[in-house]
Every structure is written in C-alpha cells, then in structure tokens.
Design a protein around this ligand. Sequence first.
Ligand code: NAP
Length: 435
Amino acid sequence: MLRTSSVKTVNLGLIGLGTVGSGVVKVLQKNSASIEKRTGIRLVLKRVAVRSLSKKRAVRVSRKLLTRHPEDILGDPSIDVVIELIGGIHPAREIIETALRNGKQVVTANKALLAEQGEPIFGLADRCRKKLGFEASVCGGIPIIKALKEGLASNQISHVLGIVNGTCNYILTGMSQEGISFGAALKAAQTQGYAEQNPHLDVDGIDSAHKLAILARLGFRSRVPFRKIHVEGIRSLSIIDIEYAKDLGYGVKLLAIGKDTSHGMELRVHPTMLPLDHPLSSVKGVYNAVFVHADQAGDLLFYGKGAGMFPTASAVLSDIVDIAKRIAGQADLKSPRPVKLADKKVLPIAEIVSKYYLRFQVEDKPGVLGTLARTLGKHHISILSVHQKESHDPRSVPVIILTYEAREKNILKALRTIHRDGVVQEKTVMVRVEQ
Ligand SMILES: NC(=O)c1ccc[n+]([C@@H]2O[C@H](COP(=O)([O-])OP(=O)(O)OC[C@H]3O[C@@H](n4cnc5c(N)ncnc54)[C@H](OP(=O)(O)O)[C@@H]3O)[C@@H](O)[C@H]2O)c1
C-alpha cells in the first residue's frame, strides 16, 4: 500500500458529459481507487462543462462541479488535464487550442476534428510541449493508437485495413445473416441504438474516413489530406450482391483501406468483398477490427468494441493515466522531438489496382458473354471467373464476372464502353475485392 504522502494528485477538467463523458466519470467513480493503488496517482475531477445544467444525466455528478462555461476549466490554473468530449469542429478546436496555450495537457476523442484539421493542432501541441492524447478517436476500446505509435515503432507499416464503423458492420451483418435490405437493417440498428436518427456520417463512410486519416498518419508517418481520401458508403449495396458474394465465398464489409506503396498512399473507404476465411470476415455486428501488416512484426489483428460508453471511456482513461504518470514524474512529460512527417502522394482512386466483382444485367441471348469478355480484354482486364445466375426473365439475366487485378481506370473505361454499346440493361455493379 502506498503511503498517502507519496500520492500525487492530478486534477482533471472534463468538457462534455454525453455518452463518452458520462462513461469517463463512471469509470473514475468505480476505478480511481484502484488506479491510485497501482500508480500512486489520485485523479480528481475538478470541473465538468456542459451545455445544459438541468439535463438528466447518465451519471451522478455534484451540481457544484458543473459549469456552462468551458473557460472556467481552461482558465483554472489548478487543472492539469483538459478532456474534450463535446465532438464537432467548433468550438472543440478553440477549446483544445486554448487549453494547450494555457499549459494544459489535453485528451480528446474527436476524430472528425483531428482528421479534418489535425495538423495545426498537433503542431501547436508540439510547440507548447504538451501531450495531446487521442486514443479514443479510433476504434473505442481497441488500443490501436498506442500500438501504432509505440508497439510497432520499429516497423515500416505497409497496410492498415479496418472495420472501423460498428454501425455499418452491424447493418452489413444483418443484411448478410438475415437476408434483409439496407433500409430494414438500418432501422434495426436505429432501434438497437447502434445508429443515429441521421446516420449520414456512418453509412456514407465519413466516420470511417476520419479514422483512416488518423491511422494512416500514424502508420505511414505522413500528413494525410482528408479531402483526398476516396469515400463510398453502403447505402447502394443490394442484398442480391451480398447473396451472390456469399455464393462465391466472399463477405462484404465497409473497409477503411490504407496502403503505403512505392507509388504513393492508397487511402479509400468503400464496400469491399473479402474471402470468408479472411480474419476480418469473422468480425460481426458492432465489433471493430484493424488488420495491420508491419515489416518486422508481420500480420496483426486488433479486435474489440469500437464505440459505446465504456469502451471509449477506457481509451480516454488510458490517455489520462499515461499523462498523469508523466505529471507525477514517473515518465518524461516533455514531448519527445516532434515526429517528422512526410507528405506522401495520395494515389487517385483511378490509379489503384484491385480485383473486381462486376454484376452485369444482360439479355439472355447468344454472344453477350463474348462481347463482355472481349470488351474487358481490350481494356487489359483478365477474367478470373464467370457466373451466370438463374432468372425468370430472359430479358434481364445477371452475369457475375470476377476479375484478376486490374487498374481501376481501365475497369471504368470498359464499363463505359459496355454501357454505350447497349450490352447491359442497368448500371453495372462494381465491388472491389481484397484478398
Ligand atoms: N459515442 C461514442 O461511442 C464515441 C466513440 C468514439 C469517439 N467518440 C467521440 O467522442 C466525442 C463525444 O461523443 P459523445 O457521443 O459522448 O457525444 P454526446 O453524447 O453528444 O455528448 C456531447 C456532450 O458535449 C456537451 N457539449 C456540447 N457542446 C458544448 C459546449 N459548447 N460547451 C460545453 N459542453 C458542450 C453536451 O452537453 P449537454 O449534455 O448539456 O447537451 C454533451 O454533454 C465526439 O468527438 C465523438 O466523435 C464517441
């Protein structure tokens, strides 16, 4: 047992008491005694800023701690660590920047802010020689940030493939296992509390792109211009293609894909077919996973709950304890020399090379398959396999073609030619395939 005199107090100011903020307070209430026993550090919640003082909360917090003014925390010299959990760009950015300028260490879960406007904030933290913890910004309870920053520090990382949005994974799991449409699966996710009433950021892939930007920055040690990430969501996926993919031995996932190649970085978020025996295919429901290929450590898979009150609070607390140990002198508080980041080129989506699943809706008549194969061949696309599905309507029969690796711009040119020549009756479905 540590003697009381050896206990160091670290004062916390929390801004935001919603899902994650309430989780942080609950974890502090439950576990701060055991944290103190293990580390000799007493974490004291000094102030909590919210928008509404009268709102019913998921956690009991003394009324005396609450304020409507974040400045009460930012300007309080006794507060060591500011925890920003309000989300969004403004005023979160101003809050974090003021905290850093006022000499506070900062912890945030704000992936949107770090992905879209992270560089000036990281730069300010470096100049102020302050820590900016952001473990909770990607994949909630999975300690992926620490793994990339520290555990894999000696590696060159070439691939980061992630199922980083639990809402989409829940919807796609429902479509695949229950054979229901996107709309029905989304409704189920909303009823279960796994999707917002406005699910735009999740189902349109933006949230996954935010996380990819943060992972790629750390993994590939390069600045990542967020607007250069290619983003497609899952709204237009049909149950037909999910069923056909299954017949062919593939599952469909919304993947955040980062690859560091000799030509530049591939950064893309889109529905992706994966072989059913790929480690990411077994990730179901709201779970997240990140697959990393590192040159020394090899293939790694990180798996866990990517969101929710307690998994995310766990990540926030990991940063708080880490920083508190430094404040207590158990580790060096000064930031090491800022990591020098490169400005690697981001490859346009047209330049990526991938395998493809193509579903053509064609008339069931002689010569159609030959025309499709010839046009693909003319555009340097080799066919891996062809599958014709049964249809009650001979005027519209699905033909599935899996290709070998091809350049995306060639695929797009071939599809344009096929449409122009009137070979197909509807827009061809194209899904990229990863091995
Ligand atoms: N929810 C998750 O599972 C999860 C997972 C990973 C990361 N994150 C990230 O964590 C952050 C917080 O998410 P959340 O889900 O906890 O959000 P939330 O439930 O909407 O809570 C936001 C909180 O911020 C407070 N707030 C908003 N604007 C404020 C202002 N100007 N001044 C003071 N307080 C303000 C709100 O106060 P009132 O309560 O008074 O309205 C509320 O308590 C976001 O960056 C999010 O992306 C969330």
